[in-house]
Design a protein around this ligand. Sequence first.
Ligand code: IMP
Ligand code: MG
Length: 184
Amino acid sequence: MPLHSDIEKIILNEEQLEKVVTDIAGKINDDYKDKSLVVVGILKGGVIFLADLFRRLSIDDCVLDFMAASSYGSGTVSSGNIRITKDISADVAGKNVLIVEDILDTGNTLTYIKEYLLSKNALSVKICTLFDKPCRRIGPVTPDYCGRTVDDLFIVGYGLDYDERYRNLPYVGVLKSGICQWKY
Ligand code: IMP
Ligand code: MG
């Protein structure tokens, strides 16, 4: 696919994404060998990554579920006031849970979701994120599995959006300045 005219540069191309996802899946397969696992994909950004990751998991007792959350308040940055807009349907009590997300930014969303799943008596809750922006973190949350660490850039593609666009790009890239009004 030719480079989209709104994209400045590619961060991970299709081939690199495949390798990153395969490497993460290998680690998860090792860590959860002979254990059961509830994989919770976070809508919407995490779904493309999740679809590729989930097909590489060789864990026998492995189920899939979804959650969605939004932060309310002003601005584009997550405010910390998180609201669950789609709850899980699985009962996670006594289960190992793996949250799969596109990117860990301030950490507000996943801190809230992790606490929520622990309050449902999950045995363990780990975080798998394709990207991590540690420079933006507000709280102490860290990913247990992470594809790539990125600088303070706004990236799109492979599920990641800007104003709901660009999720369908098969690669991950940085938007050209002037297109992204992302304010930190
Ligand atoms: P957090 O609660 O600040 O960690 O926000 C995480 C959410 O912000 C992610 O699930 C994304 O939806 C969004 N986000 C943060 N950085 C980016 C980015 O660079 N590109 C696209 N979405 C982002
Ligand atoms: Mg998003």
